[in-house]
Design a binder for this molecule. Structure first.
Ligand code: SF4
Ligand code: SF4
Length: 337
C-alpha cells in the first residue's frame, strides 16, 4: 500500500524540495474552469511539488552584471525541464503501484489568456495560442481547465499567499516554482498551513515593483477550504511587460528610443503606464527584440525585483525562513539606472 510518506520521500529523492498533499474536497466551490476535479474526476488527492529557485540564480541581476541565468535556470529550466522530469518519474512510480498520475506542470501565465469566446483578439499573439475552445459535453467546462497554482499550493498545506500574490513557504519564502500531480491513490492529506504568518504586509513588494503592478490598497479576497485568503490586486498585464524589463531604470538592455513607435513611450520607459492587453503585447513584442529569450520563455529581466527579491530580503531579515544563509542576500543598496 503506497502511503503519503512513501510518495513524499520518493518525490524528494527525485528532486522536489517540498511536497504537500491536498484532498480534492478543498476545491469545493472553485469555478468549473479552475477546478482540477474536472481534469481527473476520479482523483482522490492532489500532490503539490515545490522546486526551490537557488538564491544564487538571482545574484547576477541583484548585482546588475549578469541577467541570463535567472530567466534560463531559475525560470525556464525549472518549469520546462527539471519539474517535468520529476513529474514524469512520480507518475511512473504511482503507476507501478496501480494508480494513475495525471501530471500538471507549470504552464506559466501563457495559458492565462486562453480565450474560450471564439474571438482570437486577446490570445492571438500571447501564449499557447488557444484561440477557441468549447465544452466536449454539457456537463463539462471548456478545455483547457486551468487551476490556480497558488490556490493549489495553499490546499496542499505548503504555505500562504503573500500580499504580492506570490506564494510564500516557510522554507524559501517566495523562492520556488510549483508542479502538481492528480492521482487516484488514496493518500493521506496534509493540514492547511497553520504556522506563523509569513507576510506581514510590509509592502516592500509594492514599493520595489518597477512598474507598480501590485496595488497597495486594493485587494482580492477568496474563500478556499473554509479560510479567507487575501492578496494585493495585481495588474497582470503590467507585470507581463514589467517582468520583461519595460522600465528602463531597471533594464540596462533597453535603449531610450525602444518604444518610440508608441504614443506613451516615455511613461512606459518610466514604468508609469497602466497598460491594457493590446498595448502590453506591443511592448512585450518590442522587448523581445532586445534580449533573447531562453527555451521559449520571455526573459525575466526584472528578476522579481519587488515580489521575489525585495520580499525574500525582508523575510530573511525577519528570520522567518528555515533555509538560512551565512551571509545576507542584499549587500548594498539595490541598483537603479
Ligand atoms: S514583500 Fe512584504 S507585503 Fe509583499 S508579500 Fe512579501 S512580506 Fe508580504
Ligand atoms: S515580477 Fe517584477 S513586474 Fe511583476 S510584480 Fe514582480 S516585481 Fe513587479
Amino acid at each position: 500500500m503506497l502511503t503519503s510518506a512513501d510518495v513524499k520521500q520518493a518525490a524528494k529523492a527525485m528532486g522536489a524540495d517540498l511536497v504537500g498533499i491536498s484532498p480534492m474536497e478543498r476545491f469545493e466551490g472553485a469555478p468549473p474552469q479552475m477546478d482540477p476535479r474536472y481534469i481527473f474526476p476520479d482523483a482522490r488527492a492532489l500532490i503539490g511539488l515545490a522546486f526551490r529557485i537557488p538564491r544564487g540564480y538571482l545574484r547576477g541581476i541583484e548585482e546588475g552584471t549578469h541577467f541570463y541565468q535567472y530567466p534560463s535556470m531559475g525560470y525556464a529550466n525549472i518549469n520546462e525541464v527539471y519539474a517535468p522530469t520529476v513529474l514524469h518519474e512520480l507518475a511512473c512510480l504511482l503507476e507501478d503501484h496501480g494508480y494513475e498520475g495525471a501530471v500538471f506542470r507549470n504552464t506559466g501565465s501563457r495559458m492565462a489568456v486562453s480565450d474560450t469566446s471564439g474571438d482570437p483578439a486577446e490570445s492571438a499573439e500571447y501564449g499557447r495560442r488557444v484561440r477557441y475552445s468549447r465544452p466536449v459535453a454539457e456537463d463539462r467546462p471548456a478545455p483547457d481547465v486551468m487551476f490556480q497554482f497558488r490556490i493549489a499550493a495553499f490546499c496542499c498545506g505548503l504555505g500562504e499567499i503573500g500580499w504580492s500574490k506570490v506564494f510564500l513557504t516557510p522554507e524559501f519564502g517566495p523562492r520556488q516554482r510549483f508542479a502538481f500531480m492528480l492521482t487516484d491513490a488514496p493518500l493521506e492529506p496534509d493540514p492547511l498551513y497553520d504556522g506563523p504568518a509569513l507576510c506581514d504586509r510590509c509592502m516592500a513588494c509594492v514599493r520595489e515593483c518597477p512598474v507598480s503592478a501590485i496595488s497597495a490598497e486594493e485587494s482580492v479576497k477568496v474563500t478556499v477550504a473554509g479560510r479567507e485568503l487575501e492578496w494585493g490586486k495585481l495588474s497582470e498585464w503590467d507585470c507581463f511587460h514589467g517582468y520583461m524589463g519595460s522600465n528602463r531604470e531597471t533594464n540596462p538592455f533597453l535603449p531610450e528610443d525602444a518604444f518610440d513607435e508608441l504614443p506613451d513611450a516615455a511613461a512606459i520607459l518610466a514604468g508609469e503606464a497602466n497598460l491594457l492587453p493590446e498595448k502590453a503585447l506591443q511592448v512585450m513584442a518590442i522587448l523581445r527584440q532586445y534580449y533573447a529569450s531562453s527555451a521559449g520563455y520571455n526573459s525575466a529581466l526584472c528578476g522579481g525585483r519587488g515580489c521575489l527579491r525585495a520580499c525574500m530580503v525582508h523575510l530573511e531579515e525577519r528570520g522567518v525562513l528555515s533555509n538560512q544563509f551565512d551571509a545576507p542576500f542584499r549587500k548594498r543598496k539595490p541598483w537603479r539606472l
